[in-house]
Write a new protein. Sequence first.
Length: 220
Amino acid sequence: MNEPTPNSYTSFDGHRRIVTGSLQANALAVKKARESGTVGPILIFDDATGRSVDVDTRGSDEAVVARLTAAGLSEAKHSSRRDESEPLGPRGRGRPKLGVVPREVTLLPRHWEWLAAQPGGASVALRKLVEEARRANSEKDRVRMAHERAYHFMQAIAGDLPGFEEATRALFANEPLRVRDLIAEWPRDIRDHAMRLALVEELRGSSTDVPAADTKETKR
């Protein structure tokens, strides 16, 4: 069982997985499923968060792809503008462009006094504190993210399945073997995907479009 990868999505037709891969692959697979008269409901999930996403599948395949491409380009441009960190002016000699993002931080006076006394000032001290906290809590953060993405998926698609509440409690108690046992009787595609999302691994690599398993084996 492979861990989720960045920009990976998974679509479901009821309790049956349709495809795992790029958003474009999922959109086209969902469009085909709807045109075939499936009874649904059909949902597309972001594997990085476990949350469902809305995709407009109206029109031709080319129209669907064009909308997704345009939306992706728009988001990329927006992110680029949001991440601009410094004005277009001369910088001090040897000063690197760090890519920092200015935002408001609210602290008590004693906190500002302490930060101002640190080498490099408040900004440098805050960046160092954040980096140290990231390193110290990286494993805890990965566990939390895995629990949250699995929970969001399970809540959206398996909330009425037997053992759901017990399984979510075991999930947040970090008891994966108990989660596996509690959802053993769930439809196979839902069970397998929930456990895949619950894996405590860093998201890495690139997504690969993976067709759904034989529908004859999807439900127990």
